[in-house]
Design a protein around this ligand. Structure first.
Ligand SMILES: [Zn+2]
Length: 479
């Protein structure tokens, strides 16, 4: 029986984090009424002329550099012609033959397999508007989104499983978020993906006929959509059939892909250079500034945190899932320089109640509060269980950890003179156990520590209790 391998290449569309559109001054703000953010340029009215948005261009260059691309100092905008109601000009301004960046790459590791995923190009383009169907039985057009700046990241067909495709998407999203180019928001469509999928017999080097899965908008669906499409294609080919070149969409309810359009009605976009815009010239100063703005990428951050700070791979992965998580961790460590303890606390306590939305994250506490709390534990002022109680009171409060410790009357008793009578009382109350300890049952030390802790309502410093007990009991087996 022939065995098949999937061949997958992804195209990612990512919205650049500007306040205004790519070729006009209209706002890209969402949540306003339909057709509020429009002007003659993005409505495609005759006589209007596009002007490039410098910030969009800078962010595009930064993203391409972060993805390992070579920046082309001169590139050309092109018209991609097609008719659709949400495209008022009748064409989309994109880049075709001469994109501004080429030849990037991503290194992935999935289930121990190393994969070099090449990126063929990153180019700039404007988004289309939106058709809103089923409003009182009608379809309406909202052009607020028309002209929103996007980059399209075109991946080579280098991926060999749906798991690799998901890993690739996660890596791209993480990088774009870390460099501040995109908010990674799949639900709102500011980060979306099309997948080109084909199969071929294992060992073959030619590419099979591919289908394109459109607009997959969740990580959960990416793998399911691709797996379902791979199985569908294998089913066809195994029965002697041929895969048809098609654009398909994934229906999460049925778990199947279904055809949207076939090759017969595939678009001929009649690309030609955009006559209303000059070539895009990127000078060295702009490119250098963006190279400097890239900063440390998540993969490098993880490598440094595991090798230099001693974090586990999983802790490093969790704390780099979002750039704000990484910043929070860094801010705690600046004040409390014990990264492993800080990482544990942030993972188990802080992130549990953190809401990340796009590029921003809402933390339940401030890093200074966490750092101070951890320092109090470290100094033996409060115990671990007490720290959890203090933390619960810190949430949503502007108070400092030390203030709350005092207010809750929680500070640990580390005073010899205060603890000694308590320890003595516990020994007096348990003469049989004292005798047993002294005749050799060393394990009873834990019992005594527990009793003292209980009587002090958890406030005694356990190290001091142990040493006082050893002193007052003498060595085990002494009598
Ligand atoms: Zn406009």
């Amino acid at each position: 029986m022939t065995r098949y391998e999937p061949v997958i290449g992804l195209e990612v569309h990512a919205q650049l984090l500007t306040k205004t559109k790519l070729f006009c001054g209209c706002s890209v703000q969402v949540g306003v009424g339909p057709n509020q953010n429009v002007c003659p340029v993005c409505l495609g009215l005759p006589g209007s002329l596009p002007v490039g948005n410098r910030l969009a261009i800078e962010l595009a260059v930064r993203a391409a550099l972060a993805l390992g691309c070579t920046i082309q100092h001169e590139s050309i905008f092109a018209r991609k012609n097609y008719f659709y109601p949400d495209l008022p000009k009748g064409y989309q301004i994109s880049q075709f033959e001469q994109p501004f960046s080429t030849d990037g790459k991503l290194e992935l590791e999935v289930d121990g397999v190393h994969r070099l995923a090449r990126i063929q190009r990153v180019h700039l383009e404007e988004d289309a508007g939106k058709n809103v169907h089923g409003v009182g039985g009608e379809s309406l057009v909202d052009l607020n989104r028309a002209g929103t700046p996007l980059i399209e990241i075109v991946g080579a067909p280098d991926l060999r499983s749906s798991a690799e495709a998901a890993a690739y998407l996660r890596a791209v999203r993480e990088i774009l978020m870390f460099v501040g180019a995109n908010d990674g928001n799949l639900e709102e469509g500011s980060f979306r993906c099309d997948a080109n999928v084909s199969i071929r017999p294992v060992g073959s080097t030619t590419l099979g006929t591919r289908t394109e899965l459109k607009n997959i908008n969740s990580f959960r669906f990416v793998q399911r959509a691709i797996d379902s499409e791979i199985q569908r294609q294998i089913g066809i080919v195994s029965e002697g059939g041929q895969v048809e070149q098609q654009t398909r969409s994934f229906d999460p309810d049925s778990g199947q892909t279904r055809p949207l359009r076939s090759k017969a009605d595939a678009h001929d976009y009649r690309y030609f250079p955009e006559p209303d815009l000059p070539p895009l010239v990127l000078d060295e100063a702009l490119v250098s500034a963006q190279r400097a703005a890239v900063g440390e990428l998540p993969e490098a951050v993880r490598a440094r945190w595991t090798s230099e700070l001693g974090l586990s791979a999983s802790a490093a992965a969790t704390l780099t899932q979002h750039p704000e998580y990484a910043r929070f961790f860094h801010a705690v460590c600046e004040r409390f320089p014990q990264p492993v303890k800080a990482a544990n606390w942030i993972q188990t306590e802080v992130l549990r109640d953190t809401e990340a939305r796009g590029l921003s994250a809402k933390f339940p506490v401030r890093p200074e509060q966490v750092a101070e709390l951890l320092a109090l534990v470290e100094a033996g002022k409060i115990s671990g269980p007490q720290a959890k109680k203090v933390y619960a009171s810190l949430v949503g409060s502007e108070r400092s950890a030390a203030e709350l410790v005092e207010e809750l009357g929680m500070s640990v008793v580390s005073d010899d003179a205060a603890l000694r009578p308590l320890v003595q009382r516990v020994l007096d109350e348990n003469p049989k156990n004292v005798q047993a300890y002294r005749s050799g049952k060393a394990a009873l030390l834990g019992f005594f520590v527990g009793q003292v802790m209980k009587q002090s309502q958890g406030r005694a410093n356990p190290q001091l209790v142990s040493s006082l007990l050893s002193e007052l009991l003498g060595p085990p087996g002494a009598s």
